[in-house]
Design a protein. Structure first.
Length: 270
């Protein structure tokens, strides 16, 4: 005998509009991400020449923003319409996608813990590829500069990694003024300077390594991130748990509403 929590089959307005409210936030956030991504692309002229997307060999942060926006917009739309129209197909699509994302996050976390050396190699490779494209995209440049300034690091393994970039490479035939230097974000800041000296890294790698310590960060960003993670493990775990609980809550609401709709349809069939 089928158990149901109500004496008569009905769709709970509470769950219905709670799920709608949950998804309207998703949808609005997706719209915001899409708008920000399209605006950034328009500023870089990509919308008038889409070949610029494939011209960058590193990561274009705007692409990541657009992908997140599209996913959130689609899920939010499916959840909102599915809840209001009591559409089981849209609700199952929303629920299934959230479950898939949750399992994917869990799998990535487990793999990162079990295969730390492999993850470290991929991060190193990823960072080096983006160093090569440092001057090709202003958004990528800003992210690398922010990462180096916040973590007091330079390059993936160290300042020598900037040889991967044609403008900073000591061995290249380039006439770049930045040759054999590092970006300003690698420089140790001078508290007395109120204006950022963007030329502080010029020619630094022409000097002996013993002189680097006084002017630039010599620790690689991979080592800096490895040191950062244990110090902030509770923050990282808290963020992961909070996101997981929100996803589980959304799955619960969707599954409950689907059960209500199916129960109503089953009762109407008799």
């Amino acid at each position: 005998m089928h158990y149901y929590r109500y004496s008569n089959a009905e769709v709970s307005c509470w769950y219905k509009y709670l799920l709608f409210s949950y998804n309207i936030v998703f949808w609005l956030a997706g719209v915001a991400f899409l708008a920000a991504g399209l605006w950034a692309w328009s500023e870089k002229g990509v919308l008038s020449d889409l070949t610029k997307v494939t011209g960058l060999h590193g990561l274009d942060p705007v692409v990541l923003v657009l992908v997140v926006g599209i996913v959130m917009f689609t899920l939010g739309f499916a959840g909102c319409v599915g809840a209001l129209r009591e559409n089981i197909c849209l609700l199952k699509f929303f629920c299934g996608t959230i479950v898939f994302i949750f399992l994917l996050e869990l799998a990535v976390a487990v793999m990162a813990f079990l295969f730390q050396d492999w993850v470290r190699d991929r991060v190193k490779e990823f960072f080096e590829n983006n160093i090569k494209s440092y001057r090709d995209d202003i958004d990528l440049q800003n992210i690398i500069d922010s990462l180096q300034r916040m973590n007091h690091c330079c390059g993936a393994q160290g300042p020598e990694d900037w040889d991967f970039n044609i403008y900073f490479d000591c061995k290249s035939e380039s006439k770049s003024r930045e040759k054999c230097g590092v970006p300003f974000s690698c420089c140790i800041p001078d508290p007395a300077q109120k204006v950022v000296n963007t030329q502080c890294g010029y020619d630094i790698r022409k000097k002996s390594k013993s002189q680097w310590d006084d002017q630039i960060f010599v620790k690689g960003c991979i080592h800096a991130l490895e040191a950062w993670l244990p110090r902030n493990i509770y923050i990282v775990a808290g963020v992961f748990i909070a996101i997981s609980l929100l996803q589980i809550f959304g799955i619960f609401l969707a599954r409950t509403l689907i059960s209500d709709i199916e129960a109503v349809k089953a009762s109407n069939a008799f």
